[in-house]
Design a protein around this ligand. Structure first.
Ligand SMILES: Cc1cc2nc3c(=O)[nH]c(=O)nc-3n(C[C@H](O)[C@H](O)[C@H](O)COP(=O)(O)OP(=O)(O)OC[C@H]3O[C@@H](n4cnc5c(N)ncnc54)[C@H](O)[C@@H]3O)c2cc1C
Length: 385
């Protein structure tokens, strides 16, 4: 067991951080406040190969693992330029296709994931299913060689920036009983596929959408991998999603903490900088401890996933997501408090992180559902719901 990342990964972190600093938090904030996107950053990160680090080399990627992709995500976040869609497009969609796609699907989609030119959203959440994926009603019916898909999805990120969406549905013959999901890649311009922006009180450069799928005709090859292995496929994508959400949160927490520490060292209202007061220093020290712990758990989850141990990775990914969600919320809160009134002034950009950090307690899986998982599977307690 090693607690030191490889030289290669350390170099990757450094290079990504440089790219993030080139754009800076101001760039992300400006895009967010104007209802824009951070497309230039996404494109440059893609061109430099950072979004494709975990795509197999034979398809133009870096041939690394989720640990590498999480490092990219965290380092961008730590410079205030986090890319939310990294949690979805290269982490869930590319991973599922690389692991389970047919040879045709791999050669069609993976090169675009490798250089970031393909952006794919991921849609599992439904208005009436929420945390209970067993209640998904998006349904695919076989018609001739292909499929006709119908359903509703909600809070789907970045649909407007994506060429397609990986939709989690179920096939008509699997409507009842245990969840037997089926994954379909649906082009965002397919007839019958509509999306509507949801107004959110989150200052972020990415938007959330309600998605309406009405009699969308899809060819047979829109079904990812095998119909019968879809549950395994889904989990193969959801563990990376949790690992990436943790990395995204840890990155944002690091950014907020760095700003707070800098401020605490320089702001003087009595005779010494405010950081000399333990009431200011201790919450920052606590945030540091919590972020380091969350990062360590994220690295463990990624290492387990990359070693092929999906079961152990699942438990660790849930724990990492829980820890990172709590750590970032506390870090942002401590950073705001350290800044006093400036903590909520637009100029300092920290107020913008309050709702954005809060998100990581809710999505992609809520804090409560993680505690349910740990209570039931890690502790062997009875299922409570
Ligand atoms: C900004 C943002 C981006 C998102 N992006 C995506 C995306 O790209 N794709 C996608 O598919 N989804 C996305 N989501 C959806 C997200 O994954 C869901 O919001 C989340 O899983 C919770 O589901 P819900 O909102 O329906 O809450 P609900 O399931 O309605 O839950 C509401 C509350 O009740 C609690 N609760 C529910 N059941 C239980 C239980 N059994 N025990 C204890 N507590 C329980 C929950 O923890 C939560 O606190 C996004 C959400 C947000 C806010």
């Amino acid at each position: 067991m090693s607690f030191t990342e490889s030289e290669e990964r350390q170099a990757l972190r450094k290079a990504v951080a440089e790219l993030g600093r080139k754009y800076g938090h101001e760039y992300t904030l400006k895009a967010a406040r104007s209802g824009g996107h951070t497309t230039e950053l996404w494109n440059e990160a893609g061109e430099l190969g950072y979004l494709g680090v975990s795509v197999p080399e034979e398809f133009g990627g870096g041939g690394g693992g989720i640990g590498d992709l999480a490092a990219v995500c965290e380092e961008l976040g730590a410079t205030g330029t986090g890319l939310l869609q990294m949690v979805v497009s290269p982490a869930i969609c590319a991973t599922i296709i690389a692991r389970f796609g047919t040879p045709e699907q791999k050669s069609r989609w993976l090169p675009g994931f490798a250089d970031g030119t393909l952006r794919m959203a991921f849609a599992i959440t439904e208005p009436d299913a929420g945390s209970n994926a067993h209640r998904l009603t998006t349904t695919a019916r076989r018609v001739g060689d292909g499929w006709v898909l119908n359903g509703r999805k909600v809070y789907i990120s970045c649909v407007d920036e994506s060429q397609s969406v990986m939709v989690v549905g179920r096939t008509e013959d699997a409507k009842t009983g245990k969840l037997k999901p089926a994954l379909f890649v649906v082009p965002t311009d397919a007839p019958g596929f509509e999306f509507q922006r949801i107004e959110m009180d989150v200052i972020a450069p990415d938007s959330q959408f309600q998605v309406f799928i009405d009699d969308v005709h899809l060819p047979a090859e829109a079904l990812v991998g095998s119909e019968d292995a879809a549950l395994m496929q889904l989990f193969a994508g959801l563990n990376p999603e949790r690992i990436m959400a943790s990395a995204y949160a840890v990155g944002m927490g690091r950014f907020a903490l760095d700003k707070a520490v800098e401020y605490a060292k320089t702001r003087t209202v009595w005779k010494e900088p405010i950081g000399a007061h333990q009431a200011v220093a201790h919450p920052l020290a606590k945030a540091k401890v919590e972020l380091e712990l969350a990062k360590l758990m994220t690295q463990k989850a990624a290492a387990l996933y990359d070693s092929g141990d999906d079961m152990a990775a699942g438990e660790a990914a849930n724990m990492a997501k829980y820890a990172a969600g709590e750590a970032v919320v506390n870090a942002v809160d401590a950073a705001v408090q350290t800044h006093g009134g400036n903590g909520l002034a637009s100029e300092y950009g920290l107020g913008a992180l309050v709702a954005a950090s809060r998100l990581t307690r809710i999505a992609p899986v809520s804090r409560e559902m993680i505690l349910n998982f740990v209570a039931q599977f890690s502790l062997g307690l009875p299922k409570s719901y």
